[in-house]
Design a binder for this molecule. Structure first.
Ligand SMILES: Nc1ncnc2c1ncn2[C@@H]1O[C@H](COP(=O)(O)OP(=O)(O)OP(=O)(O)O)[C@@H](O)[C@H]1O
Length: 241
């Protein structure tokens, strides 16, 4: 595991509240994430896991509290600003243009990069990381398998080389073997690129396998924190309540 305890956090969330219109979902969320850490959010349906990821990336209609990246408060979450700060989200549902080719989708993911050569360089790195995408680079995205589409969504988010990647339900709609493959790729990404990862995953055991820390979300707040290795070893048992 590359997460170093005692290191200054790359991401810190303090007193975060948020929700949709008049519906408050998040209540006083507090946590910090070390560089290179994989943090898994678990909890019952509707507990607020995806809402936490959306709040951090500026996709929630309203949120209050303090979010800091590398010790610098990022102000009111705003998608573009957060992407520039190094936060990218891979949403649960399709995050690409279905009729565009794999390579054109990746190019669009590099929309904030300053030069075409940098876009090419990043794309080459991503296609090397996902050889299955490299083989399908000229295919329309809609023709990819479910697992390949997840890889494409991750690849698009990685074009800006985020320091923190937030991934919502990567296994949604995937067969168990593909879930393992996609989660293994997230772990490899962390190991090779030192990308910090916040993960929401319904397949709790598959998520625990790659996580460093597990945060339980209950009724819109963090109710419990586990060191994932104690759950893997059976020294502790995950309680969602
Ligand atoms: N776009 C929306 N508008 C209004 N309320 C929403 C919206 N999206 C989610 N909610 C509500 O916010 C609450 C938390 O939803 P969220 O999707 O964060 O839960 P979750 O823990 O990720 O659940 P699941 O595991 O089922 O995906 C739920 O009560 C849900 O109905």
């Amino acid at each position: 595991m590359s997460a170093q305890s005692g290191q200054a956090p790359i991401l810190e969330v303090k007193n975060l509240d948020g929700g949709y219109a008049n519906n408050r979902i998040l209540h006083d969320i507090n946590f910090a994430v070390a560089p290179g850490e994989i943090v898994l959010f678990v909890g019952h349906n509707g507990a607020g896991k995806s809402t936490i990821l959306r709040a951090i990336t500026g996709l929630l209609p309203w949120c209050e509290g303090e979010i800091s990246v590398d010790g610098e408060p990022i102000g009111t979450p705003n998608v573009r600003l957060n992407v520039e700060t190094g936060l990218s989200i891979v949403l649960q549902h399709q995050g690409f243009f279905p009729n565009f080719s794999v390579s054109n989708n990746l190019r669009l993911g590099g929309y904030l990069l300053e030069s075409a050569s940098l876009v090419d360089e990043r794309m080459a790195r991503i296609l090397e990381f996902f050889p299955q995408l490299a083989e399908r680079r000229d295919s329309a995205a809609r023709l990819l398998s479910g697992g390949e589409q997840k890889m494409l969504s991750m690849g698009i988010a990685l074009m800006l080389e985020p320091r923190v990647l937030l991934v919502d339900e990567p296994s949604a709609g995937l067969a168990p073997s593909l879930t393992t493959q996609v989660l293994d790729q997230l772990q490899t990404l962390r190991d090779n690129w030192n990308t910090t990862i916040l993960l929401v995953e319904q397949n709790v055991n598959a998520g625990i396998r790659i996580a460093d820390r597990v945060l339980v979300v209950r009724l819109g707040t963090i109710s419990q924190t586990y060191d994932a290795s104690t759950l893997r070893s059976g020294k502790e048992t995950l309680q969602l309540l």
